[in-house]
Design a protein around this ligand. Sequence first.
Ligand SMILES: Cc1cc2nc3c(=O)[nH]c(=O)nc-3n(C[C@H](O)[C@H](O)[C@H](O)COP(=O)(O)OP(=O)(O)OC[C@H]3O[C@@H](n4cnc5c(N)ncnc54)[C@H](O)[C@@H]3O)c2cc1C
Length: 503
Amino acid sequence: MHSIKHYDHIVVGGGISGLSLSLLLGMTGNKVLLLEKGKNIGGALFRFRRNGIPFDTGFHFTGGFYKNGILNDMLTVLGIHDRIHPLVFSGPGASRFVFESEQEAFDIPVGIDNLIPVLKKRFPREHAAIDRYFDLIRRVCANTTAMNLRKTMMLADTMDEDFVSLQEVLDQLTGNELLKGFCCGYCMCYGVKPSEISFANHARVAVGLYETLARVKDGGDAFIQAFQERFKAYDIEIRCNTSIEHCIEIRDQQVRTFLLSDGEEVAAKFCIFTIHPQEVLKILPREHFSKAFRDRVDAFEPSLGFFSAHGVVEDCKPDDDFGPSIVSLYPLPNLNTLLSPEYDGPQALVMLRNKESADGKVYNVVTAFEPSFREHVAPWRDSSVGKRPKGYRDYKERRMNLIHQRFTEYYPEYKNSFKIIDAASMLTFRDYLHSPEGCAYGIKQKIGQFNLFGKLPLSNIYVAGQSAVMPGIVGAMISSFIVTRSLVGKEKYGQFIEERLAH
Ligand SMILES: Cc1cc2nc3c(=O)[nH]c(=O)nc-3n(C[C@H](O)[C@H](O)[C@H](O)COP(=O)(O)OP(=O)(O)OC[C@H]3O[C@@H](n4cnc5c(N)ncnc54)[C@H](O)[C@@H]3O)c2cc1C
């Protein structure tokens, strides 16, 4: 009989979720095999370079860097806190929502305590609604144990606000459409309409963004390098260009051995998938899941995606203020309309400016992205990178030109110096990130929905990742912490977290 390699855990997917999980499992004494289908680890964290300039793909900004905030705590536990340097969007105009049809702009200060007076000044008749909205946001987050590593994280954390939509809550609070538009502004950060997201999930994502909206110096690369450095101290093996082909031996509802795409057969006590839920079920044998279970997973809808343009402003003087700043243009205050695939007016547009240093040079970098849906790229869905037809190239050109036009209308001073260097459609994200539709946040996390998360009917198979509890990098990391707790056991996990937070 041939001998096969044994691991404690196989982690599938090398994005922020798989990286966090591998490190947590390594740190708690396990032998880990991390499998990544792409050429590199990092998933959506990965940066690409054009003309030597680094651009972000799927990580531009985040929240949670405030004192005892969940992101700060997770980075501390992982031992990478010192490697991640937040660049907070602070100061006049650094973070702004513009509602174009209403000709209204809101400069968003750092922190809810500073934001409330700004909103009350603009909406003098809406003080009660504003107080109630932020009270609810804070209450949901305070009662969500999964958002506090200092408490015992629960696998499922539900409350009344999980069963009422953001839209319903806002409709009860106020009739002011502009105020509602403002409160829905961060829908773009989870990719679900206000009428489809629960108030609780909106609150869980939005709270960090209201408290501290920040970029990270060197973007996703900072995370990838920090993880790579930390992995060296533990028994963590990384294999890129590799996935699980299929499960070879299944006994007592447990998968004992796996065949990898590199042809090797390996054994593991547990296997955790951090990839799209529908892709998980393509790898596992269908007969081990009931029809109801499979129908539930098949019914998950894709979240919103993005069309993004990447460029530079040339000839800026060294002392020119070039961010970091983020301006979101909303053609209408109604985010339900703006986030509908059938809407055919001007899209919302998020415009980010920041300075990047690379190889001794400083660049004024612009990333601008608009919502996109699979319907936008449906005619070319069977094409692949490098082999797209002319119609697709024309589509990209059209969107790039429109973004250029809107960016330079907003910043007329850059009319002659802003150049778009590259752009990415949902098909680009699909093919580079190996996600089925190229959506920004995996599945649409709708109100009342039971996501695929934690232990599956095959009892040594688990699921984490951005589609599990909350989208975005913070949500993806949280899912990995919760699954680690299940895998290593409550007590050992509690002790581990306590020791690491005391560092
Ligand atoms: C354009 C865009 C902009 C975004 N902007 C932000 C932002 O500013 N802030 C924010 O917080 N979030 C943002 N997001 C969302 C954020 O990137 C994700 O929520 C988060 O990075 C997801 O992490 P993950 O580990 O769950 O998945 P991913 O990063 O997608 O990682 C999954 C990994 O699994 C690999 N994989 C897939 N299938 C297999 C397989 N069968 N076997 C092995 N490996 C496999 C993939 O190649 C990938 O590396 C954005 C997303 C996009 C697309």
